[in-house]
Structure formats: structure tokens, C-alpha cells
Design a protein around this ligand. Sequence first.
Ligand code: FES
Length: 119
Amino acid sequence: MSGYVRVATVDDLPVGEGMAVKVGGRLVALFHTERGWFALDDTCPHQGMPLSEGRLDGETVTCAWHAWNFDLKTGAATLGAFGGVAAYDVRVEDADVLIAPRHAWPGTFPGKDLPTGRR
Ligand code: FES
């Protein structure tokens, strides 16, 4: 799958958990839920708590510090007009988990494409 970056294997992250992965210079929160794999920028836009340490519930993650809540598919804040974080496309190929090196939701963080390459 051209342009995707391998960030983990499926055995690295049990269902119901998140972890931070570094892609280029950027920290991305990777989540494995019963509904699939998701990836958001790891830094909460409120005060910087890693979203990878947040609580998963369906297709949302709640920040561990002050409970801002984000949609795992879009990165949008779900409880108010708080903006959001960038979301990334995730694919699983064989045992590898890959993230698209681009923002799937560019509204909040116009920005930079992630560099391609293996971690
Ligand atoms: S740091 Fe995430 S809600 Fe405050």
C-alpha cells in the first residue's frame, strides 16, 4: 500500500488500548478497538495530555486529564466547539499496522504530510 507508514504489528496493541507511535517527528496515538484501528494526533489540544493514554469508549477517546472527548474517525471534539485533532487513515496488512502519511481531517491542523518510512 503505497504511501503508508508501518507503525506497529497487530500483536503490539491489544483491543481496548492505545499507544503512542512516532512517525517522523510527530507523535500519533494509535488505538485498537472492537470496531477497528484508529489514529489521531497524540497531543490533546487543551493542555497537551497524550490522547494515547485516554479512555476508549466505542469510537471515541476521552482525554485522561480534563475529559475532552474526540471522535476516533474524524478527530473532531464531540462535546463542544473545542476544535479537534488530526485523524489518520489506518490499514492492517498481514500483521502490520500502517498509517496514512496525511491528515484525514485537515480542518484543525493544516499541515504537514508525515514523512514515509518505517519506524
Ligand atoms: S489536556 Fe486533554 S482535556 Fe485537558
